[in-house]
Structure formats: C-alpha cells, structure tokens
Design a protein around this ligand. Structure first.
Ligand code: AMP
Ligand code: GLY
Length: 426
C-alpha cells in the first residue's frame, strides 16, 4: 500500500519512518515534507500546500494511494477529512466538526463542562472589558487563552493583573484572528503536565503510552514556551491506576460527548493534562492530532504496526486490537536554531547525522531542507534525536551521545530532557 502523509514536522518524519518499517508499505509521500522525508528511502516529497485539497486528491487518485494521514491541526480544522470522506477516500483524522476540540477552546470547554470532564474552572468572554473585570475579581495567577488556533502562542500564564490585561488586549487587537474574537480566562493549576495521545475510531478509544513534553526553552522549565523541546515516554507519573482513571473520567466521556453531538471522530484525541498535587488528572487542552515531539518518542516504542492501527481507526475496527509496546523507555531531544522561539537564522549546514544514528539513535527532521544536495536548517525546531533503552536513563544517555555528534551553527538543546522522571528536581 502507498500512503500520503500531510505535514512537514518531526512528527510527520516519525510517522513516515514508522510506516516504512512494515513490508506492506511500499511508499510514503509527504506533503510538503522536509529534508528528512526527502532523504528517507521509500519516501518522497510533493510540493503541494497542505490546504490544497484538490491537488492532494488528484495525486491520491492518479497514484492509487490507499491512505492519507494528517499530521497538523490546520488542514483538519479546514475540513480535509470531510473533503476526502465525501470522496470515499481513506483518511486518518477528524472532520472539521471534530477538530473544533482543538480549534476552539471555548467549544472544547463547553463540551467538557457538559460531560463532567475534570478541567480547570473558566469563563468565556467576547468583550475585553468584561474579561478584565473577571481577572480583577479572580486575582492572579490566572491563564488567558485565545479561543482559536494560535500555533501554541495563544496562551499566557499571567502572574500579574497587568500581564493578564495586556494578554486580553493582544487577543482583542486581533493578533490571533479577527473573526468572532473570544477569550477563555482559566483558573491556574499547578502540577505536572502529561500528554495522553489516544487513538479512536469513534466507537472505542485506546490511549498510547503516556508522554511528557518539555515546553519551555530553558532547562528546569524556565523561559519562553516553545512548540516542545523534547519528550519522553512512558511518563511514570501515569501509573496504571491513573491511566484507568484517565480512560474512565476523560477519554470515554469525551468520546461520548462527541457522539452526542453526532461527530464521527476517527483519529487522534490528544488530551493535555495537568496532574494536580492531589493526583487528580485535569484537562488543560485537547488537540485533534498527534503531538510533536511526543509522537517521536511514543512511536519508537510501538510494536503493533502503525498502519494496522490507523486503518482500524478509519474502518471502525479499533476494538479488534490491543496495542503492543516494546519494553523500556524512549526520549526525543529537540535540536533548535539559536534564538528560537524568538528570531533565528536559517540555512545553516547540518553535519553528523550519520554518526548520531551510528550511536543507536534515530534522527527525525523537523525544520530542515535539502538544498543543493546539502542538508540545511530551515526552522526553529530543526531535529529530534530519539533513542530507546531498557531504562529511561539508558535512553537519555544514548540520545545525548547522538546529540553530541550533530553540528550546525547556533545549535541549541536542553540538556535535561527526561530528567524529571528520574527524580531530579526542576
Ligand atoms: P494549552 O495550549 O491550553 O495547553 O496551554 C499551553 C501551556 O500553558 C500548557 O502546556 C501549560 O503549560 C500552560 N497552561 C495552560 N492552561 C493552564 C492552566 N489552567 N494552569 C496552568 N498552566 C496552564
Ligand atoms: N507537544 C505539544 C503539541 O503537539 O501540541
């Protein structure tokens, strides 16, 4: 079978490589892909835009592609799954209605409140002054969230009223879109964050291994938020008992609430949770897709063929599977361009990937490009160096031994990915 993967990140490179582990997968096409998918055997990039549904459809038809997997949220929120389903083509990812779980935080909040899903208290405002008055009433710290898709930039954890008011002003100035502006003002929670990526076929929902992302740019979780500087799986904070609670209190009721809204959700339901100091799992956000870089860590431990699970979701047969995992742990360390998440330079020549892979790691590309047969940086997050080991400690040492082989001007990475799970304080 031939598969087409939509997206150009580390997540998509990991999905493509995982698919190619199976002898059943003959070829993977990536729209538009990156320098990694361009150089992976069996993979080919297509220079189409991710919102060019007609162009993608034409390629799928002409080339007899059996399955389309969508990585990022944007095409899902624009209705790519509806478009392909209407044409009876196999596509993995929820419809536009289902993608609202990520594309509208107020919609997701309403769904959670209605279904009794544990989530921090919040209020939704369409008026800046009312939102500001609510902040004054509630006090700080408090969390201000733009309602729509904001590429991870729409959330401010405000420690002062001034900061909260300024975040509200930014949102109502139209920074994250000018249509139907809404703001969600949410109670601030402390605890540990965990990413639960679950597969669903609209009938059953099966969590993958719990993972932990590292959103801040600096070690010890200091500094500005990024798209994710590294991840590890499984996250030991999620004990089997806690996973059972997450299944019963969060995943199943969410699926039931989607069904109640007549939404046929087939894809990934990603719950971003805060595990409070009392051990309660609460939903901070939902995403309608695989997480990046969690996917890189999680898929490297997956034993059941990925295409089996994805097809089972599309064909509503997920109940037939019990997902098998390799033992041990996996970690993904992101190598970023100097200056990220602020401004940074592109076009830096990357060397040492082969040496890194010789250390037993897999190097997934994110912001890279093949230019004149040379691999150069092309984004903020450039590579995700991923290694598995019998223990998390072994996975971490293997990953960093590989990281140290790779060079490009200005390269930056956090040196503490996964350390928290080993009991290090930060
Ligand atoms: P979100 O996109 O909603 O997950 O928010 C991005 C990040 O902001 C999260 O990963 C958390 O680190 C932080 N955050 C969001 N909501 C809250 C909250 N209610 N309490 C504390 N931190 C939060
Ligand atoms: N790692 C966070 C995300 O994918 O949204």
């Amino acid at each position: 079978m031939k598969v087409l993967v939509v997206g150009n990140g580390g997540r998509e490179h990991a999905i493509a490589k995982k698919l190619l582990e199976s002898t059943r997968i003959k070829q993977v096409f990536c729209v538009p892909g990156n320098g990694g998918t361009a150089t992976t055997q069996g993979c080919q990039n297509l220079s189409l835009n991710i919102d060019d549904f007609q162009g993608i459809e034409r390629f799928v038809m002409v080339n007899n592609i059996g399955l389309v997997i969508v990585g990022p949220e944007l095409p899902l929120s624009l209705g790519i799954a509806d478009y392909f389903q209407q044409r009876k083509m196999m596509i993995f990812g929820p419809t536009k209605a289902g993608a609202q779980i990520e594309s509208s935080k107020s919609w997701a909040k309403e769904l959670m409140l209605e279904a009794g899903i544990p989530t921090p208290k919040a209020a939704v405002f369409t008026d800046a002054e009312a939102a500001k008055a609510y902040v004054l009433e509630q006090g700080t710290p408090i969390v201000i969230k733009a309602d729509g898709l904001a590429s991870g930039k729409g959330v401010t954890v405000a420690t002062t009223v001034k900061m909260a008011h300024s975040a509200i002003n930014t949102i109502f100035r139209g920074e994250f879109g000018t249509d139907n502006i809404r703001v969600v003002v949410e109670e601030f929670l402390t605890g540990q964050e965990v990413s639960i990526l679950a597969l669903t076929d609209g009938i059953t929902v099966e969590p993958l291994l719990p993972a932990q992302d590292h959103k801040a740019i600096g070690e010890g979780d200091k500094g500005a938020n990024t798209g994710g500087m590294g991840a590890y799986a499984p996250a030991p904070i999620v004990t089997p008992e806690l996973m059972e609670r997450i299944q019963e209190e969060i995943l199943e009721p969410t699926l039931a609430a989607l069904q109640k809204r007549k939404i046929d959700y087939r894809g990934v339901l990603y719950a971003g949770l805060m595990i409070t100091p009392e051990g309660e799992p609460k939903v901070l956000e939902f995403n309608c897709r695989f997480g990046d870089p969690e996917t890189q860590a999680v898929l490297s431990l997956l034993e059941t063929p990925l295409e089996d699970l994805v097809l089972a979701c599309c064909q509503q047969r997920l109940g037939e599977y019990s997902i098998r995992w390799k033992s041990g742990a996996s970690v993904c360390v992101v190598l970023a361009s100097g200056g990220y998440p602020g401004s940074y330079q592109k076009g830096k020549v990357i060397t040492g990937i082969e040496e890194a892979e010789a250390k037993g790691a897999e190097v997934f590309h994110a912001g890279t490009q093949l230019k004149h047969q040379q691999l150069v940086s092309d984004g903020g997050r450039v590579l995700g160096v991923t290694a598995a080991g019998e223990t998390l400690e072994q996975a971490i040492s293997k990953a960093y031994a590989a990281v140290d082989c790779i060079q490009f001007e200005g390269v930056y990475c956090r040196r503490d990915i996964g350390r928290r799970a080993l009991g290090d304080k930060n």
